[in-house]
Design a protein around this ligand. Sequence first.
Ligand code: ADP
Ligand code: ZN
Length: 621
Amino acid sequence: MNGIVSLLKKFFGYTTFRPLQAEVIQRVLDKKDSLVLMPTGGGKSICYQLPAIYLPGTAIVVSPLIALMKDQVEGLIANGIPAAALNSMLPEEERQRIRQHCMQGKIKLLYVSPEKIASELDWLLSRMEISLIAIDEAHCVSHWGHDFRPEYTQLSILKKRFPDVPMIALTATADKVTRADILEQLQLKDPEIFISSFGRPNLSLTVHRGLNKKDKITAMVNFIRNHRGESGIVYCMKRSDTESIAEAFRGFNIKAIAYHAGLNPKDRETAQNEFINDRVDVVCATVAFGMGIDKSNVRWVIHYNMPGSIENYYQEIGRAGRDGLKSDTLLFYSLGDMILLRRFAEESGQNEVNLEKLNRMQRYCETDVCRRRILLNYFGEESEKDCGNCDVCKNPPQRFDGSVLVQKALSGILRTNEKVGMHMLIEILRGSGKADIMKLGYHNLKTYGAGADLPYKVWREYLYQMLHLGYIEIDYANDRTLKATPLGKKVLFGEVTAQLATYTEPEAFQKTEKKKRTKKEGEEKTRKAKAKPVRLIASGTQDEILMNALRQLRKGIAERENMPAYIIFSDASLADMVEKKPLTLDEFREVKGVGEAKLEKFGNVFIALIQFTLKVPENKN
Ligand code: ADP
Ligand code: ZN
């Protein structure tokens, strides 16, 4: 294994393995099959790339998307590892050249799209020395997942033709059905299954509920301003939202672009490239965006709507912080989302499964226990400790006796014969005097105005809690009207008390700079401290100046070399440069992610910039 560790440093610039990497690599070197389940960003690639470098011959890597292959090949070449991708997009002569190089043993890793496997089998693959076969995104063989690809089901041929070549299947999808499907379809021989922890402690988790579009935009703009110059994704359910939100952001001087499956392929590609190459900071996208994006410096993910399942949610937030650095995630959740998602689930072929998944997702949103524990439990991992990096952990709910509030709400519901929805109920409780209320005579009810002391959004929050706690329920089939439950009636008649969690203003939903100044200083200070975003480096310091300078240099080189910035160096490498401030090549070699190739190619310019920047006096901007 010693030789392997030195290759890890030489080619990838890392000195230690992540959990399970060493074990998986050993298994491949022993010529045995494995299935590797690791979360996004867990470090799957090195599990087959390192043995590929070490073993004689060429590794075949099956990968479902051309963009993914391109990314991997660029990354490998930047690290001085000969690699190529064979897919139907290439001109025939280019493919011919690659085939030749493979047969001459000049290529260590050959990426092949699944549909090309069959056609290359008899000629190329039988004529070259294959060191190992890696099946990336192996869950694509499974009908159960949302990424099913029919071409993947033909891959069983590989094991039949090359029974002695070690095969390694890799995926970030952990559920048992998919796992069994992969083993079955790929015909792995006595496979060892490696499952690493699905915990992603570097991702913060926050959920806000019940905000309307305008409030969500305000919250997002504040959030993004706290992440100035960093890349992030906003996931939306509707195509039209991706466009209107990107537009709204641009109005706030935020560089944003929309991406969805309805765009023509060229616009889609442009949007993707703008984001990958750091020319826009924000992409507002439907879930069509993401698979095949290996961008390691995505610093945050926002869900504008609630996803339909925890799997989807986890996969989507997983696109942030692949480099292991701190990243933020924020999810907005509303009744409107629930209603739409329920309809989708009911209309889907497998409505029971999908409704159950949706329920689990909803419970995650509404929980008042550590969110990460819920996620880990969902993926079958026990976790005994609270994480300290989710909104529930950071602001544990304060409880109070909310029986009177529940009684007011329930009396409103019952006095209107359970015919009103949440909005109307709040208007009644607040005695809003709106025309439709007058018309229906609701202003004559005893409950009219009984809750005028609480603002609209606070009532909304408490009604959500009442729903969650089972005091009221929503009749989805009946215009979303509210109903009193038996438990709710017990509160109404004073048989039991109801504990509610005190409403607190969501952190990201803070006033804009201008309004902030009108608040009292002291109050501001504590609020600001609470709302502090995770930043890689404290703002206003010399380190921040250096980090920005390094980012700029990386961007310049990336543009010149026509490749994504994160392939030149990850954010993790830049952060390590800021930490170590290397001034010689020997010191630069110690930086995370600096292997021989990058040392030689980029060492001197980065050192020169660090030297130059360090002369900038502190406090000078
Ligand atoms: P996955 O394919 O599992 O999503 P990657 O293979 O893309 O993850 O790895 C994610 C990030 O972690 C990459 O930036 C990679 O360079 C980095 N990485 C992988 N292994 C190590 C390691 N042993 N030490 C430090 N960083 C690593
Ligand atoms: Zn937590």
